[in-house]
Design a protein around this ligand. Structure first.
Ligand SMILES: Nc1ncnc2c1ncn2[C@@H]1O[C@H](COP(=O)(O)OP(=O)(O)OP(=O)(O)O)[C@@H](O)[C@H]1O
Ligand SMILES: N[C@@H](CCO)C(=O)O
Length: 321
């Protein structure tokens, strides 16, 4: 469930009066997603997604996210486009929350990505990186290496209740990654959360990318590392090098990686795995009483992290020498 804030029909109709979207025909809460409240709204003008931004999103970041979607769509990327109210702004307030309406994208996410899906996502990620090249706004990645120790502190020794020895392993990883986190690699706009649930397909072709609410300015190859983690492991925890190769080859067909980016890939993957292990761990250990949202399993990322600890070069991810 991800309807944290209920909205009455009258309140919604009054909100829609600020837009050129015709009359409201229906509004349904969307169960998927854990961060924000999402509704599918149907008006006489078509279908749209209404998002009410919940407490984990800093309202100061919303202009970045909304302008980014508009920018990327303007560069030909299929992503939601914020709809502007008659006053010219896309960001409004509804039920006491910051709120925006974006265009509806056709398609469905895949639960078990095949090699062909990994290839499609590699290409789309590279296109996103190129399209973001001239985006004027900046946003620091709060969940990069400097943000991981504070998360580890929040988990503390309770990490060991999830897996014996986990607190020590995290401490060791933090030491390695803080000392050797790659700097000086090409930077730009990254999605930072391009997981299978944020990518839509129509048949076998990728039809759109959603959920830009972790997007930020950071190392482009780190985004590749996030995708290798999210798309190329099997349910048993093993890395599927055929999927990795497909993702990387199609990425490189659009944006070739430099030697330095290739060399950094194992460390970037290790950092990305730690990032999702830590955020999942903190959520897992802090489920509010009565919460309806089930936290995601941190152990999945512990297994992935173990793989990256033994990876020695980009070849382990499927890149040719
Ligand atoms: N533009 C869109 N077009 C069609 N469906 C959408 C769109 N945006 C969101 N959705 C639907 O709403 C669901 C939740 O969206 P989203 O992933 O942005 O939510 P969230 O709360 O930020 O979730 P999380 O960060 O956990 O992925 C999606 O899985 C999708 O079904
Ligand atoms: N993609 C994240 C959730 C936040 O969007 C995860 O799977 O841990």
């Amino acid at each position: 469930m991800a309807v944290y804030t209920e909205v009455g029909t009258e309140e919604l109709s009054a909100f829609l009066d600020h837009y050129d979207l015709g009359d409201l025909l229906s509004c349904k809460g969307i169960a998927e997603g854990v961060e924000n409240t999402n509704f599918l709204i149907h008006t006489t003008a078509g279908h749209y997604i209404l998002t009410l931004y919940e407490k984990r999103v800093d309202p100061a970041d919303l202009p970045f996210f909304l302008a980014l979607m508009e920018h990327l769509a303007g560069r030909g990327l299929t992503c939601p486009v914020p709809v502007k109210a008659r006053g010219g702004t896309a960001l409004g307030t509804l039920a006491g929350r910051p709120a925006a309406i974006v265009t509806f994208l056709d398609g469905m996410s895949v639960r078990q990505p095949a090699v062909s899906h990994c290839a499609e996502v590699g290409e789309a990620l590279a296109r996103l990186h190129l399209a973001g090249g001239d985006f004027a706004l900046q946003r620091t990645n709060a969940l990069s290496v400097a943000g991981w120790r504070p998360l580890a502190k929040r988990a503390g020794h309770r990490a060991d209740t999830v897996a014996p020895g986990l607190a020590a392993l995290i401490e060791e990883e933090l030491g390695v990654l803080e000392a050797s986190w790659p700097g000086g690699l090409p930077e730009g706009v990254i999605h930072a959360d391009l997981f299978p649930d944020n990518v839509f397909f129509l048949g076998s072709r990728l039809s759109g990318l959603i959920d830009f609410y972790f997007a930020c300015t950071d190392t482009l190859a780190y985004d590749v590392a996030v995708c290798l983690n999210a798309w190329c492991f099997e349910p048993d925890g093993s890395f599927n090098v055929t999927k990795g190769r497909a993702l990387l080859q199609r990425y490189e067909a659009v944006r070739p990686l430099s030697e330095a980016e290739r060399a950094a890939l194992p460390l970037l993957c290790r950092g990305a795995a730690l990032r999702f292990l830590l955020t999942r761990l903190v959520d897992w250990l802090n489920v509010p009483p009565g919460a309806l949202v089930r936290p995601k399993n941190p152990i999945e990322y512990l297994k992935k992290l173990r793989f990256h600890r033994y990876a020695s070069s980009a070849r382990d991810y499927g890149l040719a020498a």
